[in-house]
Design a protein around this ligand. Sequence first.
Ligand code: FAD
Length: 427
Amino acid sequence: MTDTLPTPPCDILILGAGAAGLMAALEASAPRRNGPAPRVTVADAAPVAGRKMRLAGGGMGNLTNLQAGPAWYVGEDPAFVRPALRRFPPRAALGLFERYGLRWEQRDFDQIFGLQPMARLVEAMVADARSRGVRLCFGLRARSASRTADGLFDVTFESGGRSVSLTARRLILALGSPAWPSCGATDSGLALARGFGHRCLPFRPVLALLVLPDRHPLRGLQGISVNVGIAAGTQRLVRPLLFTHRGISGPAGLIASCFWRPGQAVCVDFLPDSPLRDMLDTPACARLTAHGLLRRLLTARLADALDALLRQAFAGSGTPAPPSGAQLAQWNRAQRALLCETVHAQRLTPTGTEGMARAEAAAGGVRTGDVDARTLESRLTPGLYLAGELLDVTGLLGGFNLHWALASGQAAGLAARRSLTPDRTAR
Ligand SMILES: Cc1cc2nc3c(=O)[nH]c(=O)nc-3n(C[C@H](O)[C@H](O)[C@H](O)COP(=O)(O)OP(=O)(O)OC[C@H]3O[C@@H](n4cnc5c(N)ncnc54)[C@H](O)[C@@H]3O)c2cc1C
């Protein structure tokens, strides 16, 4: 349902009714101590609010993570998230569930999931915003935005073949990223931000399946899930890796995709909790072949594939392979080192990701150096604010992206509201 278009100008215009835009609207429309609540309008191209948010966590919403902090974000400056997350910590996200009588549960790795469809939270935020006088207008696709001579923001939309324009004293861009375009996601926020002088990094798909080459020995293991160790920036994480018919996914594969660049390898430890080095000299292992040991430690199909990778490693290295059927006791130091490397530091070189179509997020976006981390206000255009995935801030899997969208939306909405003095508020 679309509310009637406001008569211009409104005080705060928010582009995008996703997690960031809705949160910004709730915060921007709060009553002020020294004046009436600002007139807030939210405009979105989609027919309903929060289409991407409704998909989150398979529909049940991994809304936040108790560990939320800079270590869980990638971008030019992960510390950029700190002020917004300090003001909106994980307990604030839990408060959002509770404010609307919704239930949640804590899962592995401190992830917080809703116990009802995420759509319920979206609808509750929309109803709350409307009850505060926020106008929500759907089917309005923002095409361009500029600043008028008297300092207002002028945004032109396309709506059913018509051109519509809205003016506002403050403008919040919360247009998300182009990841998962089937829910209406676009990269149009970048063009709008560039129009105000912002420098942007091209979006690239992340939290996406990594495709392995056609003949790779690990292709064909679909359905197998195994805990692996992966490097994630400065951290080493142990997470389940899921093999699919095209490559690697699951939490480990998706997190690895955030750090991967074309041509690079992803380093996987298939036995993160059992160092082979310590095992090889034990009497029980010394009598086994490498293949036999792998079969004891790993699921059979994965053990066979790693054995094939080990044979490839011998073929491609200067180290002669041990005679077939040789017990590990007969392996020399270099041969053992190659076995350990194959299992603990397997370098997989994906041919690509599954692309934007199936990416849960996009890295890149508006560069954070031109944005004030406390207020999310543009340093180039006062009165312009940016929030959510549109910025060059991407959370690793686990509830960090929705948390960032909410936290940054809250910071932008609050700062935009506080920047309006009573006499400048349109009434
Ligand atoms: C399948 C899937 C599952 C996910 N699961 C999780 C999860 O469990 N936990 C988690 O933390 N994150 C998850 N994410 C990521 C998370 O949903 C996003 O990071 C978050 O929703 C981003 O919020 P946002 O408000 O910045 O952008 P969005 O929610 O994308 O909102 C942007 C809004 O802008 C509108 N828009 C775009 N272009 C225009 C235009 N030109 N004019 C007007 N409106 C426009 C769009 O219609 C949209 O409503 C998932 C993502 C996907 C795709």
